[in-house]
Design a protein around this ligand. Structure first.
Ligand code: R7I
Ligand code: MG
Ligand code: MG
Ligand code: MG
Length: 344
C-alpha cells in the first residue's frame, strides 16, 4: 500500500527529529528524578496538545547529520560518500554548536580543507589511537539509508557500512549503525494494526546480526533486551535497563536500548500517562537519562517506521525546527526508493 509506506517513511524521518528535539534538554543527566519525570510528563502533554508560537525546539547533530545524509541521497539518487562528507562538513562549518561528538568534530574539521575519494576514510581511522570511534554517531543518522534501501537488504548492509565508516571506523560503531538500520527496516515491513510480537522482533534482529562479522556484543545485548521485556512486574525497571543495556554515547550502550524502548512501549508503562504508544516510547527513552537526544531519536525512528506519521500530533511537529523539511525529505526518499525498485 503506497499510502501506508508514505506514512511510514514520514514517521521514520519525523521520529528522528522529534526524539532529538524532545530529548536534547535532558542529555547527560545521569538520573532523571521522580520529580523531573512528572515535569517531563507535563511538558510533553503541553507540546502534544497546545498551539503556541516561538520558541520552536531546536535539533542537534543527530538530526543535522540525518538531514545531510538524506539530502545527499536525494540529490545524487545514490550513496556518494564524498558528497555526504562535503555536506556533513558544510553543515558543521555553518552551525558547529549543534552538540557534535569530539571525534566526529575532528573528522569534520579535517574534511573542511579538502575531501576526495582517496582520503575520505583516513581521518576516522586515526581517531582514538587508531582504533576508530565506537560512538553512536553512525547509528543516530542512519535512518535515511535504511529508507533508501529498505527493499534491498544486501544493499542496505553495504550502504550502512559505507556511510558509517567515514566517521566511525570501530566495529562497534559500524555494527551499531547496522543494527539500528535493520530495526528500522523491520518496523517498516510490519503492520501496526496487528499486535507486534516483541520476542519475534528481537529474534529476527539476532538472526540477522548473527550473519554480520564480529557482532557478538550486540547479540548479547539483544538477548538482554529479550530478558528485560519478559519481566512484567509492577515496579518500574528503569534502573536495571540503565545498568544492563546502558544509556551512553557508545553505540553498544544505546542502540539496543533504543530497540528496547520501542518494544517496551507496546504496552502501558507505569507513570507514563498516554494512550499513544509512539509518544510512550519516546517519553520512556528520555526518562532513562544519559544520551537522551540520541536514544529518543533512534527510538523515534524505529517507532515512527512502525506506527507512521499520523501518530504524531501536528501541534507537536509544529514545535520542531524544520519539521516540514524532514517530511519532504521522507517523501523524496520514498520516490527514489520505489522508482529504483521499478527499474530493477
Ligand atoms: O559518535 P559521535 O558522533 O557522537 C554522537 C553523540 C550523540 O550523543 C550526539 O547527540 C552527540 O552528543 O554526540 O562522536 P564521537 O566523538 O565519535 O563519539 C562520541 C564519544 O564517545 C567520544 O567523544 C568519546 O568520548 C567516546 N568514544 C571513545 N572513547 C574512547 N575510545 C568513542 N570512541 C571511543 C574510543 O575508541
Ligand atoms: Mg545530539
Ligand atoms: Mg553530546
Ligand atoms: Mg546525544
Amino acid at each position: 500500500d503506497p499510502m501506508l509506506l508514505k506514512n511510514k517513511f514520514r514517521g521514520t524521518m519525523l521520529g528522528v527529529l522529534v526524539g532529538d528535539c524532545l530529548g536534547s534538554p535532558y542529555e547527560g543527566l545521569t538520573t532523571i528524578s521522580r520529580h523531573r519525570k512528572v515535569l517531563l510528563q507535563r511538558r510533553l502533554n503541553k507540546l502534544w496538545n497546545t498551539k503556541f508560537r516561538e520558541p520552536v525546539m531546536v535539533y542537534t547533530d543527530d538530526s543535522a547529520m540525518t538531514r545531510s545524509l538524506a539530502e545527499s541521497l536525494i540529490e545524487k539518487q545514490d550513496l556518494d560518500i564524498v558528497d555526504v562528507a562535503k555536506r556533513f562538513a558544510k553543515s558543521y562549518h555553518e552551525e558547529p554548536d549543534r552538540g557534535y561528538g569530539a571525534g566526529t568534530a575532528t573528522v569534520l574539521k579535517e574534511w573542511k580543507r579538502h575531501v576526495e575519494e582517496t582520503n575520505i576514510k583516513i581521518p576516522a581511522k586515526n581517531l582514538f589511537d587508531g582504533l576508530g570511534s565506537y560512538g553512536n554517531g553512525g547509528a543516530m543518522r542512519i535512518a535515511p539509508v535504511a529508507l533508501f534501501s529498505y527493499n534491498n537488504y544486501d544493499k542496505l548492509l553495504y550502504y550502512v557500512k559505507e556511510a558509517t565508516e567515514i566517521t566511525h571506523a570501530h566495529k562497534l560503531g559500524i555494527n551499531g549503525a547496522i543494527l539500528q538500520a535493520i530495526a528500522i527496516q523491520q518496523s517498516l515491513c510490519l503492520n501496526a494494526s496487528e499486535e507486534l510480537n516483541v520476542t519475534n522482533f528481537v529474534d529476527d534482529l539476532i538472526n540477522k546480526m548473527d550473519k554480520i562479522e564480529n557482532a557478538s556484543e550486540f547479540k548479547e545485548r539483544l538477548n538482554i533486551v529479550k530478558n528485560l521485556l519478559s519481566e512484567d512486574g509492577d515496579e518500574p525497571n528503569e534502573q536495571r535497563v540503565v545498568e544492563q543495556l546502558g544509556v551512553k554515547v557508545r553505540a553498544l550502550e544505546s542502540v539496543p536500548t533504543a530497540i528496547f524502548c520501542f518494544l517496551k512501549a507496546q504496552k502501558r508503562i507505569k507513570r507514563i500517562r498516554t494512550d499513544d504508544p509512539l509518544r510512550r516510547a519516546i517519553q520512556y527513552a528520555i526518562s532513562l537519562g544519559g544520551d537522551t537526544d540520541t536514544i529518543a531519536s533512534m527510538t523515534g525512528a524505529i517507532a515512527g517506521a512502525f506506527y507512521g506519521y499520523e501518530k504524531f500530533s501536528v501541534l507537536l511537529l509544529s514545535h520542531c525546527e524544520e519539521w516540514e523539511r524532514f517530511r519532504e525529505m521522507a517523501d523524496k526518499l520514498l520516490d527514489i526508493a520505489t522508482s529504483i525498485d521499478i527499474n530493477k
